[in-house]
Structure formats: structure tokens, C-alpha cells
Write a protein that binds this ligand. Structure first.
Ligand code: TPP
Ligand code: MG
Length: 808
């Protein structure tokens, strides 16, 4: 394997190397102690899971020490491999940004998190990681976001940051990484480093031989520079001795499994093996013989990723214009008793091993958390070094940006018959017309469904983003087209390839821009509703790190009729309820959508921690992201004024379209595109059931959240707490039944019966769709007017409803 050429390191002095060696030792110790402590202090410790940190952290100790204490600058951002979180917390502790209490409570209540968390950790985590692969791709999209922000003329007074991912080698099995790579290539990625911890071990196993060569080719193909750190400086020096070449060849040919096993077995095992295989070759025998067992083990363990000069040299020589992948050979469990053992992912040190390790590290009992305990350099020197670490120089790395004024109302021309999807396109088209600060901060993105989700008119107005301008050839060739597909650095739409994972990770990056770039964006992503499931984990992580964006998912449900089960969505409304950090809406009418969208632009900018509103029990001041479930079904729109009261109710989740009278026997509660069926059913029942009510539900999610919060508040003594849905149902007589209906899973609204104890029948879709006409499918799945009436007749007995047709 040819080694890449690098210019010799000039900047790192021998003194710095000395200090870094001491700090690396300290990081290794603190991480081990933190993990040991976590396992022995918790009553429910799951050794298998706790152990996951130990060997994985050790593997990255050298690289992380080099990065945080020497290479990184405050504006650089890092996604840390999930299991290396103890290293991260230890480093922050040494830099004075993490407390001992939190380290002592690692994995415990309010302690340092098991996996680095932007929202739960107090020590300035850049990206939450845990689900392998996602953090890696997030660095790529954060770099694109940084380019987007700067191309629009914002944040130019700040230096560009490098987006760095510390990647497990087995993490590269995750497909989303390759989806991101392809997108990065298309978008001209810069300022991105992926540092692969090539310890050749995953959780269960040792990785395949020669994987590095596949990676090298692959990254090269996508325009990355690949730097391989295979041998450490001790090894390089040994290779220059007589017989050194033979040793190098032996190392190159040694299978991963055997190398790992010998690392585990130690110096004597190395000697036996090397003597058996190459020991009779004169020079190399002397090379082996002149080293003690310990020296021989140190030489063979001295892989590139554990050799500080090699690591620093590689990082200091990397440039920003070209994305760079560092393949760093490391040892999983480096320096620990189970180094290299294939079972070491769950490796925890026994108390005896820990004692031995403590001895080696020179740490006295009771001094485990002392920053400089056991190091052979004076504390003042170490502290003065830490005080000057460039990464920590600026103090606060988490930025903020002022909120952008957004209009209270969004203008839109409502056609007599219109779908919410068309309405969404029309709303954005209107926003695109003017050049307000608000309009300039909107950025849209879509995974190859820009036109089919109705973003076309907006894109025509605002253009597509690319760092380099690119004309629309159809336009320059004068071929008529509805869409003007011109790319420029000022464009406001980022067109993605089809991968939905990329959409959510990009939204996550755009939605953290205020915090990472100090420049706020108002991101909107569109996709087909069923494909939320495709990117769900990425959506979950975007919310987990509190990224802020609006998601418009359309089309949705079986209302897509002719598309069949392949494109119909059933479970998404439940995702909307269950996903933390995401307020979900499914409006039926375009005026509702306009009210919700205007509110959403301000909601995604809220960043407070105030108490819930006393009317709805919703935590609107805290803010979050927004999911709009839209439909392609054109329905007759209502001509009505949207009063401030109605606007508030639409945003809070429901309003009476027809208030039930005092003798009400049935309430029909609907959400979304089935509004016409609900209205029709109420009309058809009117003669046979008294005072029928019609409840329009715009957000099952917010109704449910408010209800849960109000109950909790009452249980804590706030006896007057009432949620929006409780107020709405307060006057519905208790003998009245509720029929709920939506084009989605019936459980979405089934809980309404528990609010005030009304007997409830929940209609919805439970099975994969058929193809067919809308009427056929609504009948087939039982969400048409007749099915609503049949349900009403069953739960609200009375005389037969004359318009009810016999169900097939
Ligand atoms: C999406 C996902 N699947 C599975 C896991 C469980 N898991 C955690 S680490 C790991 C393998 C780690 O191997 P590698 O990335 O090589 O890191 P190392 O332990 O070698 O440092 C697995 C399967 C996870 N965290 N996320
Ligand atoms: Mg690994």
C-alpha cells in the first residue's frame, strides 16, 4: 500500500507533543473511570451496553486528543462517533466545560449522556449521534448549509468552519452515508473531514479484509481526497532498520483477525508469531530480538491512528476545498486489557483489572477525577496549555440569531374548489413574490418531488441554489417549459436526489443554522407522505437535536386512490402524534392551512422555555418543527372570515364547524381530506339524530398534547387546568356518541372518547390500499358518509337513520 506524501510537520513542537501525550493518557483514564463508575454505581447497569463505550472510546483517544487540544478551531463542528462520548466528555472536563458531577453520573439521571447529545448534554455537543451513520451525513449537510448561508451574503465576518465526523469503520455499513456522499458530490462539497476509526472491528465481529481499499476507491470516485494513516512513527523508523521491509510486508499481509488477536495476546505472542513466520531471515530477527516484549508490543500497536505525530501531521496538512477522508488504523480497546479482542465491544474491566490499570496510570484511590493525577508533567504547565487551547478560545461556540419578523397572515387566493397541496404551492408562490427579509430567509428543499409537491411556482420565482451558476438549457434553447430551472448562488431551493434520508438530514442542518452559523433560515421540505417512513430515523434525530423546519408531506392517505398501496400512507398521523419536537397538522381547507403556516413560521423560531399556555396547555413558547399532512384532493372551500378566535382554534387543533345543541346525540369529528364526507354524513343524519355536532380537527397532535398536559397539571394540584379539547367537549351531553374519521390510522382520533367519557367509534384506514376511484376506496375502507352514518346509528341508538344504506 503506497503511503500518501505529506510535507513534514513544522508546527508541533516536542513540548506540545509531550503535553498531548499526557492529555491522551488522561483522556483514556477519565473515559475508563467514567465507564467503570457507571457500571458499578447503577442498580440496573447493563454491562453489555455500558461496555460498548470502553473499547470504542480507547480506539479514538489519540485522534480526539489531537483534534480537540490542537487541530480544531471554535468554528469547526464535530459529529463524535456515538460510543466515543466518554472521550468527548472527558475532553470537555479537562477544558473546564464539563462538571465532575455529570461525569460521575455518566449514563445516570441528568448526567453526561451515553451518546453525545446537543439537547441533553451541557458540554456543547455539536451534533447528536447514536444512530450510527446519521451524524456522519449531518456534517456533510452542515457544510452545504454553511456554503448556502455564505453564498447569500450572511455570516461572512466569521471564519468558515470545517465539519468533521469521527466515523466507526462499521458505521460505513449504513447506506445513508453513501446517499449523502452522492449528494455531496453533486453539490460541490467542501470543508468536510470524515475520520474513519479503522479498528477493523464492529460490535460483533472483525471486518472484512481489504475494506480500506474499497473505501479509498469509493471516496476517490466521489471527488474526496483520501489520506491513509497506517503506520505510526515507531513503525516507520523500524521499517528503515535492516530487515524493516520484511516486517512491513508481514504487517501488510497479516489478516485483520490475526492482528487483532495478537494485539490482545501481547508482546510474547507477537515475538513467537513473528519468529515463526519471518524470524529466520537474518536482519529481521535482530530487529525483533533487540526489543523487549513490551517494546515489541508497543511497536506493533503503533498504528497510524495511535501515533500523535502522524495524526497531527495528517490533519495539519489537510485542506478545506476538497473533502477529505482519513482512514486511520487503530486498535479497538487501545491500551486496555482487552485491546484487539473480538468480543471487546462489551468489554468492561473487572475491579481487579481496573486496579491494575489505575496502577499503570499512576492514579491514587480517591484522586480518580483529579485532572493531572498520574501525569509526569507539572500541573501548571498542563493547565497553561489547556488555557490556550484554540478550540476553547472563543468561549461560547453555540451561536444564536435574531428571529425574523413573519407576517401574522399569509395572503392566498382561494379557489372555490382547491386541495391543500395546491393551497400550499399558492401560499409559497405568494411569499416568493416579494423581497422581504422574511421571503429571503425561506429555503426550500425536496428529494426530486419539487414539482409534484407544488413547489414549482416558488422555485420559478426564487431559483435553485448552487455554488456555481448554471443556466437552464431548455430556456436558453427556447424550448417552452413550465419550469425555470436555473441554478445560482442566490437561489433559494436546494434540489436533492430522491433519498429521503438526505432530505431530513439536510433539514436538520438547515434547521440548526441559527445555532451553528449564527444565521437563521426558515427551511421547508416537501416529500410524499408515505416516504416519511423512509427517512424516519433521520427525522427523529433532526427533532432530537432541536432543528427547526417545516415539513409539507403530500400527497397522503388512500385519497391518492389510483396510486394504490404503494404510495398510500396510513401510519403517518400517528407518527405526527408520537414524534417529539414536531407539531403536526392535517388541515382540510386552504384558509386553515394559511393560518397554520403563518403560525408555523413563528413557531419554528421560538426558543424559550416558558410554561404552557393556560388556555390550551400547549408549550408554544418553546417552539419546535412543524409537519403539515396535505392532500391532492380538491374540495369545496368555505367562504368565511377567519376571525382571530377561529385562527387561534385552528392552530390549537380544532373548532366546531357545527356546534352541537343541548340535546346532541352524535358528534362527527373529522380531520383532513374527508371533510366533505363528514359534512355530508351530518346533513344526512340531521332528520333522525338531534343536534348533531361537527368538529373540525386540524391537529390531533396538538389536541392530544394539550389534553395530556392539562391532566398532568391537575394531578399536580392545578385544579383549573383545562385543555382546548376539554373545553370543546365540555358541553356535549354525556350520552352523546362521537364518530371520528380520517384518511389514516383510526387510533389517531380514537382517544377523543376518553376526554369526557363519550362513547366513540373511530373510523380510518387499517390495511394496505387498493387502487380504485376515491369513492370506491372510501367505501371499501369505511370512511365515506355512509360508513359514518352506520357508525353513528350503532353508537347513538335511536330511530333508524333513513339515509343509511345497507353496508356490503
Ligand atoms: C442504526 C444503528 N444500528 C445499530 C446500532 C448498534 N451499534 C452501536 S455501535 C455498533 C457497531 C460499532 O462498530 P464501529 O462503527 O466500527 O465502531 P467501534 O465500536 O469499532 O468503535 C452497532 C451495531 C446503532 N447504534 N445504530
Ligand atoms: Mg470499528
Amino acid at each position: 500500500m503506497p503511503m500518501p506524501k505529506r510535507t513534514p510537520l513544522k508546527s508541533t513542537t516536542a513540548e506540545t507533543l509531550q503535553v498531548l501525550a499526557a492529555l491522551e493518557r488522561k483522556v483514556l483514564w477519565l473515559a475508563s473511570w467514567m465507564i467503570h463508575n457507571a457500571n458499578h454505581l447503577r442498580d440496573n447497569a447493563d454491562g453489555l451496553k455500558v461496555g460498548g463505550h470502553q473499547a470504542s472510546s480507547a480506539s479514538l483517544a489519540t485522534i480526539m486528543t489531537a483534534l480537540y487540544f490542537d487541530v480544531l478551531r471554535p468554528h469547526d463542528r464535530v459529529a463524535v462517533k456515538p460510543h466515543a462520548s466518554p472521550n468527548f466528555h472527558a475532553i470537555q472536563y479537562l477544558l473546564g466545560k464539563q462538571t465532575r458531577e455529570r461525569l460521575e453520573a455518566f449514563r445516570g439521571y441528568k448526567g453526561a449522556q451515553s451518546y453525545p447529545s446537543r439537547t441533553k448534554d451541557a458540554d456543547d455537543v455539536d451534533f447528536s449521534t447514536g444512530s450510527v451513520g446519521l451524524g456522519v451525513a449531518q456534517t456533510l449537510f452542515s457544510s452545504l448549509t454553511q456554503d448556502y448561508v455564505r453564498a447569500h451574503g450572511w455570516g461572512l465576518d466569521r471564519p468558515e468552519g470545517r465539519m468533521v465526523a469521527l466515523v466507526g469503520d462499521a458505521e460505513l455499513d449504513e447506506g445513508n452515508i453513501f446517499e449523502a456522499l452522492l449528494e455531496g458530490w453533486k453539490q460541490g462539497l467542501r470543508n468536510c473531514w470524515w475520520i474513519i476509526d479503522y479498528n477493523r472491528q464492529s460490535l460483533d465481529a472483525v471486518v472484512r479484509e481489504g475494506l480500506w481499499a474499497r473505501y479509498e476507491q469509493l471516496f476517490n470516485n466521489f471527488g474526496w481526497k483520501v489520506v491513509i494513516l497506517k503506520y505510526g512513527s515507531l513503525q516507520e523508523a523500524a521499517f528503515k532498520e535492516p530487515g524493516g521491509e520484511t516486517l512491513r510486508k508481514w504487517i501488510d499481509n497479516c489478516p485483520n483477525q490475526l492482528y487483532s488477536a495478537l494485539v490482545f495476546a501481547g508482546g510474547a505472542a507477537w515475538r513467537k508469531r513473528l519468529n515463526d513466520e519471518i524470524g529466520d531471515q537474518g536482519d529481521v530477527s535482530r530487529l525483533i530480538e533487540k526489543r523487549s516484549d513490551a517494546e515489541l508490543a508497543a511497536l506493533m500497536n503503533n498504528l497510524g491512528g495511535h501515533d500523535m505525530p502522524t495524526v497531527l501531521d495528517a490533519f495539519h496538512n489537510a485542506d478545506s476545498e476538497q473533502p477529505t477522508c482519513f482512514i486511520c488504523y487503530t486498535v479497538k480497546g487501545f491500551g486496555l486489557p482487552f485491546a484487539g479482542h473480538k468480543d471487546n465491544h462489551a468489554g468492561l474491566m473487572t475491579p481487579q483489572q481496573m486496579d491494575a490499570y489505575r496502577h499503570v496510570m499512576g492514579v491514587r484511590p480517591g484522586h480518580e477525577w483529579d485532572k493531572f493525577e498520574g501525569l509526569d508533567l507539572p500541573a501548571e504547565r498542563l493547565q497553561s496549555f489547556l488555557d490556550r487551547v484554540p478550540f476553547a478560545a472563543d468561549g461560547r461556540r453555540r451561536l444564536n440569531a435574531p428571529t425574523i419578523d413573519v407576517p401574522d397572515e399569509l395572503p392566498v387566493t382561494i379557489q372555490p374548489v382547491m386541495s391543500t397541496q395546491t393551497g400550499f404551492g399558492a401560499l409559497l408562490n405568494e411569499i416568493g413574490r416579494n423581497d422581504s427579509d422574511f421571503a429571503r430567509h425561506v429555503v426550500t428543499t425536496s428529494p426530486d418531488v419539487t414539482v409534484s409537491t407544488n413547489l414549482g411556482p416558488w422555485v420559478n420565482r426564487r431559483g435553485l441554489f448552487a455554488r456555481e451558476a448554471m443556466a437552464d438549457t431548455f430556456k436558453s434553447e427556447r424550448i417552452p417549459s413550465t419550469f425555470n430551472w436555473e441554478f445560482s448562488p442566490k437561489g433559494q431551493h436546494i434540489e436533492l436526489g430522491i433519498a429521503e434520508m438526505n432530505l431530513f438530514i439536510l433539514l436538520s442542518a438547515l434547521g440548526l443554522s441559527h445555532s451553528i452559523n449564527g444565521e437563521r433560515l426558515l427551511p421547508i421540505g416537501t416529500l410524499y407522505d408515505p416516504f416519511i417512513a423512509r427517512g424516519l430515523d433521520a427525522l427523529n434525530y433532526a427533532c432530537y437535536q432541536d432543528a427547526r423546519f417545516i415539513l409539507a408531506a403530500t400527497p397522503s392517505g388512500i385519497t391518492l386512490a389510483g396510486e394504490g398501496g404503494a404510495h398510500q400512507s396510513i401510519a403517518e398521523p400517528l407518527i405526527g402524534i408520537a414524534q417529539d419536537g414536531l407539531a403536526s397538522f392535517e388541515p382540510a381547507y386552504v384558509d386553515e392551512l394559511a393560518a397554520i403556516t403563518a403560525w408555523a413560521f413563528s413557531y419554528i423560531q421560538k426558543n424559550g422555555d416558558r410554561s404552557p399556555s393556560e388556555t390550551s396547555w400547549l408549550r408554544d413558547e418553546t417552539g419546535g418543527s412543524v409537519y403539515l399532512r396535505l392532500s391532492t384532493r380538491p374540495i369545496e372551500q368555505m367562504k368565511r372570515p377567519i376571525t382571530p378566535e377561529l385562527r387561534q382554534q385552528i392552530v390549537d387543533g380544532a373548532y366546531w364547524q357545527r356546534k352541537p345543541g343541548p340535546n346532541c346525540q352524535v358528534v362527527v369529528a373529522y380531520t383532513g381530506a374527508v371533510a366533505p364526507e363528514a359534512i355530508e354524513a351530518v346533513g344526512l343524519m340531521a332528520e333522525d339524530r338531534r343536534d348533531v355536532g361537527l368538529l373540525a380537527i386540524t391537529s390531533a397532535d396538538r389536541l392530544n398534547a394539550g389534553w395530556a398536559a392539562a391532566q398532568r397539571a391537575r394531578e399536580r394540584g392545578l385544579v383549573h387546568a383545562r385543555s382546548h379539547i376539554e373545553r370543546l367537549l365540555a358541553d356535549v351531553p354525556s350520552h352523546s356518541g362521537i364518530v371520528t374519521v380520517l384518511d389514516g390510522h383510526p387510533a389517531t382520533l380514537a382517544w377523543l372518547g376518553a376526554v369526557a367519557g363519550h362513547r366513540t367509534r373511530a373510523l380510518g384506514v387499517e390495511h394496505f390500499g387498493q387502487t380504485g376511484s376515491l369513492a370506491e376506496l372510501y367505501r371499501h375502507y369505511g370512511i365515506d358518509a355512509n360508513a359514518i352514518i352506520a357508525a353513528a346509528q350503532t353508537i347513538a341508538p335511536g330511530r333508524p337513520i333513513r339515509h343509511l344504506k345497507a353496508l356490503p
